[in-house]
Structure formats: structure tokens, C-alpha cells
Ligand binder design. Structure first.
Ligand code: GLU
Length: 440
């Protein structure tokens, strides 16, 4: 009995970086293989010797690894299979399915209908007469794309060819080669292109298009996967859009692939990243956060527990891991706090009240014993302080927040004070109290 488990492949040409469109294609193939207990293969189509580089191959493999898309067998390099392509071209020549012309081998397109059932677009038919006989082996005996892709897919026993719909027009040529070689057709599933928000095909004009760029911009692999999965695929119904890996594998289906082109919206990607940050425990984010802090000279290796706690506190208000790192830097590094515009305006507007609130807070909090520096106690101290002063609680909390972070938004102030610690908090409160009126 032959095995019926699906075999899929991602077949990038290493002529550029891993583009988000390619990553999305890889992800769909990978998800389908993982869902069905099938096999996911990687084939590097490096036959264009001029434009293919090892550097690009490495970046593509790194990008897939970063996304968690592991492949199952040794990577196949198309360039290493040229002898096989030549042998098959010679076979077609011998069979009369191809002929020689000026030293090249040209495939004889059959006449009549050439059709296939696309798993996304349905029945697609071309007329053989409309397609000219085409070269499968150039006169220098190098194979062309439409030919080697079929030889390789047959040899690799590929059952499903899922790729961008820009390949639909290549498919009748490929179908004719399958027939001429006596092989059965795989399932073809052509996936719609990705467009920018202006409806034009996604390009550099729209911003970063390489997967590696998003890694640099502080996007989590889990969020990138979630976001890419929803580019052209929909789970149906009104299910919420957050998916972890297991949920994606379970929910994915070829039937859910849309015909409409997908829109690449970086605001949505950042939102999604925020969702993943919120739901990932701080301790799990440390391998990503620590190098970012180290790059700015903050080494917290000796107190990873504290770092995990701080990460947990700030990740809720972060869209990227860079945001997380920035907020940690403000809280854990003893640099002078610099005020943002909103904070500055606030201080200018409430100068006297601001100083008065800070002075009273310093007095009250400074008198607390070290062991009282805990969220609940700090909260009750500050509330009672506001009450004594006849202030709404916010008029005490907000100056403290600004003094400690230079910003008007942060985690609740009692948590903030705990994260920054007693000595450093008091130091920042005093600094702000002294400079408060001179902030311009
Ligand atoms: N190397 C081709 C590409 O990058 C692969 C096409 C295919 O998947 O058949 O577009």
C-alpha cells in the first residue's frame, strides 16, 4: 500500500530575503502538513546562478526557523539536481513530447483543453493552442523553472502544491509536463497575493516586507505567525483572531483560504503582537528581552526573577518587545528621568499642585519601613494621603507616575513604585519635586 499522507513543500528562490508573502506560503504549507500528519519539505530553487546567493539561502532558513516552521527532510537544492532535469528532458525528447531547436529542447504543447481543479479557485481551464511550445532545456543545457519544478515535485512525491496565485499562469505548462511524464497531478492550491492598505501589490513602498525586519522591530514569532495565517485564510464564523500555534494547526484548512487578495496592515500586526505579549508570561519573554537590554548596557542577569516581574508589569502596555525593553530601561536604570511632551504640559499646568503632591508623597512614603514597600500598603498610604489633602486620588498618583517615568501612562502607581524600588523611587520623587517648576 502506498502512503497517502500529504507531502508539501516550500520552494523559495534565494534571490532575495524571505518576503512576508513567501513566509505566508511557507506557513500555509507547514500548517497543512502538521495538521494532517504529513511532511513539510524545503526546496531551495537556486538555479538562477546569477541572482541566487548563499547569504539569501541562510536568511530564508533563519527566517523560517525564527517563525518556528521546521522542515522534515534534508533541504533539497534544485541546482544539485540538474543532471536529473537533463535526463528527463532527454526522455521527453526521445518520446517525441519535446523537440530540439537550435540546440535547445522545446516542449510540444498539446492542443485541446488543459485543466486542473484548483483547491482555492476551482476549475481552471486553458487551451493548449494558446500556449507556445516552450524551452525546457536551454542550449547550454540548463533547465527552465516550469520544467525543473515539475521534475522535482514528482521526485519528491509532492501531493499538494500550495503557492502564490501569480503561478496560475504557469500551471497549464506544468500540468502538460506531468501528463507527458506519466505522473498524476498534485492538488494545486493557489493563494491570493498580499496587498498594501492602498490595494496595490505589497512592496517596499509599504514599509518593511522582509520577515527579518519584523524580528528587528520587536514582533514575536507567535504574533507574526498568527498575523500571516490570517492573510488570505479565515477560520470562518466570528471566532476571535488570537490563535496560538496549536489552535492554528487545528483550525487551518485549505477550504478556509480566501480568493480575495489579503491586506497587509501593520497596525493590525502591532495590535496582534500586543495581544501575544499580554498573554505570554514575562519569564518566557526574557530570552528576547535580555539581549535588548544588554545592547543598551543594562545587565540584569543576576536578578532574572525581578526582570520577569517587571516584564509582566510593562508588557500590558506594549506593542513590541522594543517597547517592553524601553519601559524596563526607564524603570531599572538609574538615569535621570526625561519627561515626554504630555508630562511636561501636565507639570506646567499644575506646577504648584504637582510640587505640593510630590512633597507630601515624599514625606509619607519616605517614612515607611522597607518591608512596607508593597503594592497594597502603598496604595492605601497614597489614598489616605490624598484624602487628608482633600485631593482626588489621581492628583497624587499622576505626579508620582510622571516623576518616576517621565510619562503620563504606566502601570498602576503602586505597582510602579514596587518595580522601581524604594530608594530609587524616593530619589526620582525628590528630583522631580526640585526641578518640577523649572520644567519648561
Ligand atoms: N521558486 C518559485 C518561486 O519562488 C517556486 C514556485 C512554486 O512554488 O512552484 O516562486
Amino acid at each position: 500500500m502506498t502512503s497517502t499522507a500529504p507531502r508539501l513543500r516550500f520552494a523559495p528562490s534565494p534571490t532575495g530575503y524571505l518576503h512576508v508573502g513567501g513566509a505566508r506560503t511557507a506557513l500555509f504549507n507547514w500548517l497543512y502538513a502538521r495538521k494532517t500528519g504529513g511532511t513539510f519539505l524545503l526546496r531551495i530553487e537556486d538555479t538562477d546562478k546569477q541572482r541566487s546567493t548563499e547569504e539569501h539561502t541562510r536568511v530564508i532558513l533563519d527566517g523560517l526557523t525564527w517563525l518556528g516552521l521546521d522542515w522534515d527532510e534534508d533541504v533539497v537544492f534544485q541546482g544539485a539536481r540538474v543532471e536529473r532535469h537533463r535526463a528527463m528532458a532527454d526522455r521527453l525528447l526521445k518520446d517525441g513530447a519535446a523537440y530540439e531547436e537550435e540546440g535547445a529542447i522545446r516542449f510540444r504543447m498539446p492542443s485541446g483543453e488543459i485543466a486542473f481543479d484548483d483547491a482555492v479557485y476551482g476549475h481552471i481551464a486553458f487551451k493548449g493552442e494558446d500556449i507556445r511550445d516552450w524551452i525546457i532545456l536551454r542550449s547550454d543545457r540548463t533547465p527552465t523553472y516550469n520544467f525543473s519544478v515539475v521534475v522535482d515535485d514528482i521526485d519528491m512525491r509532492i501531493t499538494h502544491v500550495m503557492r502564490g496565485d501569480d503561478h496560475i499562469s504557469n500551471t497549464p505548462k506544468q500540468v502538460a509536463v506531468y501528463r507527458a511524464l506519466g505522473a498524476s497531478l498534485p492538488v494545486f492550491a493557489h493563494v491570493p497575493m498580499i496587498h498594501g492598505k492602498d490595494g496595490k501589490k505589497l512592496s517596499k513602498r509599504h514599509g518593511a516586507t522582509a520577515v527579518g525586519d519584523y524580528q528587528q522591530l520587536g514582533i514575536l514569532p507567535a504574533a507574526m505567525r498568527n498575523f500571516l495565517a490570517l492573510l488570505g485564510w479565515s477560520p470562518g464564523g466570528d471566532r476571535e483572531l488570537f490563535f496560538d500555534l496549536r489552535e492554528l494547526i487545528d483550525a487551518f484548512s485549505i477550504e478556509g483560504i480566501q480568493k480575495k487578495s489579503a491586506i497587509f496592515d501593520t497596525t493590525k500586526l502591532e495590535w496582534m503582537n500586543g495581544q501575544h505579549l499580554t498573554r505570554t508570561p514575562g519569564a518566557e519573554l526574557l530570552p528576547i528581552i535580555e539581549p535588548l537590554l544588554a545592547a543598551q548596557g543594562l545587565n540584569v542577569a543576576e536578578d532574572r526573577e525581578r526582570l520577569a516581574r517587571v516584564t509582566d508589569v510593562v508588557k500590558e502596555r506594549s506593542r513590541t518587545t522594543l517597547d517592553v525593553a524601553r519601559q524596563i530601561m526607564v524603570r531599572l536604570r538609574g538615569d535621570p528621568v526625561s519627561f515626554d511632551d504630555k508630562a511636561r504640559q501636565m507639570v506646567q499646568k499644575h506646577g504648584d499642585g504637582f510640587k505640593h503632591a510630590l512633597r507630601s508623597a515624599i514625606e509619607r512614603l519616605g517614612a515607611l519601613p522597607d518591608e512596607a514597600w508593597q503594592p497594597e500598603r502603598l496604595e492605601s498610604e497614597l489614598r489616605s494621603l490624598a484624602e487628608t489633602m482633600g485631593f482626588a486620588a489621581g492628583r497624587v498618583f499622576q505626579p508620582i507616575r510622571i516623576a518616576l517615568t517621565g510619562s503620563t501612562v504606566s502601570e498602576p502607581v503602586n505597582l510602579l513604585l514596587t518595580v522601581v524600588g524604594k530608594a530609587e523611587s524616593l530619589r526620582r520623587l525628590r528630583a522631580a519635586e526640585q526641578s518640577g517648576s523649572s520644567v519648561r
